[in-house]
Design a protein around this ligand. Structure first.
Ligand SMILES: Nc1nc2c(ncn2[C@@H]2O[C@H](COP(=O)(O)OP(=O)(O)OP(=O)(O)O)[C@@H](O)[C@H]2O)c(=O)[nH]1
Length: 700
């Protein structure tokens, strides 16, 4: 039910999370092959948080089971997350299962938080993909699946919500077979509490008397049912197509049913590690069914961290900061994965982006929102550093004298914007401080100060993203007001235009002068070309002059002349640069380039470009008519329509016309539809529309 997201779920005050029973589940120093760094990824509302809460409970971390519907979960611990029942920030937690140490990252399913998912995927070795047994593989599942694939992450699939009417695990497996080789390891039994284990050929019974589902019993199925035998045959056959060793085992066993469970597990593990096959488990987390077999599968089939990637020296510390949260008491808490060496408390670290030396004051292990201080974070593990002041998400940290740059995080350009203003002069400083800690935490937020209007602009990935930022600022007790959330357009030269301009200005008793001509024209991408000409032959600093002009142009291109949005798809050529001997300083060239470009763009009939979102709507077949009618009013270009009982509509729609879409779609389909959006590019705004946007924005 994606639509629920647009409207805050009204609950009472957020409760405390379920109490922690076991604060020291395992020492940090378990052998590396007993560590699993895993994420849970899925379409929104598939049940990630519900499943995670059960995992923590069965692992002994919580006394009672948290419930997203009651707002008392451990993993969703921001007040807004508890209120809305959605996961916003990836929360990392550590727990033990069968003598293994699991570092688990819960990732948000909403499209606005794709960067959060991306940053989590980078530090994981494997993932659990949760499907809703009724909805199957959904649009956002596909997106996160592809993200996982890009990172070659081995995956285990959990088909959740098997208790719902219309649950169809076979349809889920069919859909999965378009993406991978599904290895079905469980089958439904005679009742919701009874399941068949295809690997051990056992019946698993979740004791109906135990309301937490913690008690389960296993018994051999003798003789196996026809369905179980068939599933066993299919499992062995699927593995045989991928793994030569299991063929040998099968040939000596002589029968699919006689292949020993241990050999099967080893083959499933080998196949899963290649990321070409996925074990599939079934359950209903909300009913406390199926979570322990899922945890077993994590331990049995997902990879251990492995050796440090080349060319890292395994003895020298290299760590990657995949998340920063600013805690009011502790200050910035930097979540790291250690790729090589061992991180000790009080170790000096050099941030490879800033080259600044920082010192860790404490190391912590997180259990939901509870913490334990630890002395070390060993290679392959995930933990938290306290004491770093200037480390951002995506930074690499090394011990002094070691140089290494781990993969950064690609942040797509923010496409939504809103103005933010301190309520009174004394609120300006707290606002600036709060914004700078939010930027440390979330690299997909951009804060911009417009010197001409004095306005501060917040740019983000989506409506919900900016609402979350606003909500967090309010909770940080910052007194500020926010403008309407708008789409962040781009501006492009509408036609070829040239302007010559002379800059001359006296500053502190000294004259600065330069002159040049600039031509702009529409293009596929932004390019800047500077021809310095004969006047600069033999001059002392042609490369510095060149750089100053490019800097001036790049600065001016960040603010177009129509509404101040960044300039895109425009070719800029600088010619006839004039030199006035000692008057032509580098600042004069920089300022002249910026002013000339500004005048040129102003005479080039600039046009607005709007972000285009590829939008996928899934709805009951009967709702397709109204959904299409509404999309066409939003200037959508329909890409495909997949009719059926459950219809699938893909359309390219201007993002600006999708503001508030979730509540509209909800009323059109009585809450039966879900949708996802992804910005795929920019396209010109029709002339009439442009006039209206400019009028609304400028007020004239
Ligand atoms: N019937 C049924 N409902 C479930 C099951 N698991 C979860 N739910 C419900 O589905 C809804 C979404 O569950 P969450 O655990 O919040 O889903 P999520 O994937 O974490 O959602 P986001 O964090 O917002 O992406 C809640 O109302 C749950 O109670 C299940 O096994 N069966």
């Amino acid at each position: 039910m994606l639509l629920r997201l647009a409207l805050p779920r009204v609950l009472g005050a957020a409760k405390r999370p379920s109490t922690l029973r076991q604060t020291r589940p395992l020492a940090t120093r378990v052998p590396p092959d007993a560590v699993r760094n895993l994420g849970i990824i899925a379409h929104i509302d598939a049940g990630k948080t519900t499943t995670t809460e059960r995992m923590l409970h069965y692992a002994g971390l919580t006394r009672s089971i948290g419930d997203v519907d009651d707002g008392d979960t451990v993993m969703d611990y921001l007040p807004m997350e508890r209120e809305r029942g959605i996961t916003i920030q990836s929360a990392a937690t550590t727990f033990g299962w069968r003598s293994h140490q699991l570092h688990l990252i819960d990732t948000p399913g909403h499209i606005d938080f794709t960067v959060e998912v991306e940053r989590a995927l980078r530090v994981l070795d494997g993932a659990v993909v949760i499907l809703d047994a009724v909805a199957g593989v959904q649009a956002q599942t596909l997106k996160v699946w592809r993200q996982a694939e890009k990172n070659a992450l081995p995956r285990v699939v959990f088909v959740n919500k098997m208790d719902r009417e219309g649950a169809d695990w076979r349809a889920c497996v069919d859909e999965l077979s378009r993406l991978t080789t599904p290895l079905v390891l469980m089958l439904p039994g005679p009742s919701l509490e009874q399941w068949y284990d295809v690997v051990t050929m056992e019946l698993i019974v979740f004791d109906p008397q135990d309301k937490t589902g913690a008690t389960l019993r296993r018994s051999k199925v003798e003789p196996p049912t026809a369905e179980l035998s068939e599933a066993r045959v299919q499992l062995v056959e699927a593995l045989a197509a991928l793994d030569a060793q299991i063929v040998d085992v099968f040939l000596s066993a002589g029968d699919h049913l006689k292949v020993p469970a241990g050999e099967l597990r080893a083959a499933i593990r080998r196949a899963t590690l290649t990321a070409r096959a996925c074990p599939v488990l079934l359950g209903a987390a909300f009913r406390n069914i199926g979570v322990q077999p899922l945890l077993d599968a994590v331990v049995d089939y997902l990879p251990a961290p492995g050796v440090p990637p080349a060319p890292l020296d395994p003895r020298k510390l290299v760590a990657f900061a995949f998340k920063v949260t600013v805690d009011p008491q502790r200050g910035p808490m930097v979540f790291v994965r250690v790729y090589a060496g061992t991180l000790d408390a009080r170790m000096a670290l050099v941030n490879q982006r800033t080259q600044l030396r920082e010192r860790a004051t404490k190391l912590l292990q997180m259990y939901g929102d509870a913490v334990e201080e630890i002395a070390q974070i060993a290679q392959g593990h995930i933990g938290v550093i306290v004491g770093l002041k200037a480390t951002r998400t995506g930074d690499t940290l090394c011990e002094p004298k070691v140089k290494a740059q781990l993969h950064g995080i690609d942040v797509p350009p923010p496409v939504f914007v809103c103005a933010v203003e301190a309520d009174a002069p004394q609120d300006e400083r707290p606002l600036a401080q709060a914004l700078s800690s939010l930027v440390l935490e979330d690299p997909s937020i951009v804060v911009e100060h417009n010197e001409e209007t004095g306005q501060m602009l917040l740019r983000g990935m989506g409506e919900l993203h900016l609402e979350v930022v606003q909500d967090r600022l309010r909770r940080m007790k910052v007194n500020a007001s926010f403008g309407k959330v708008r789409v962040a357009y781009r501006e492009m030269a509408g036609r070829k235009a040239s302007v010559s301009h002379t800059y001359a200005r006296e500053i502190a008793g000294r004259m600065h002068k330069a002159a040049m001509a600039i031509t702009v024209e529409p293009a596929q991408d932004n390019t800047v070309e500077v021809e310095l000409g004969d006047a600069f032959e033999g001059a002392e600093q042609p490369s510095e002059v060149h750089r100053a002009i490019v800097e001036g142009i790049e600065g001016a291109m960040s603010r177009g002349t129509l509404l101040g949005f960044p300039v895109a798809r425009t070719r800029v050529t600088v010619t006839n640069v004039e030199h006035f001997n000692e008057l032509s300083t580098l600042p004069a060239f920089r300022a002249c380039a910026a002013q000339t470009l500004h005048h040129t763009l102003a005479s080039a009939d600039s046009v607005l470009l709007e972000p285009l979102a590829l939008t996928t709507v899934e709805c009951p077949g009967a709702c397709v008519g109204p959904v299409l009618g509404d999309l066409s009013m939003r200037r959508a270009r329909i890409v495909s329509i997949d009719h059926g009982e459950e219809a699938h509509v893909v359309a390219e729609v201007p993002l600006g016309s999708m503001l508030g879409y979730s509540s509209e779609l909800r009323s059109l389909t009585a809450g039966a539809a879900t949708f996802s959006m992804e910005v795929v590019g920019f396209g010109p705004v029709p002339a009439l529309q442009q006039k209206r946007i400019i009028q609304e924005s400028r007020g004239y």
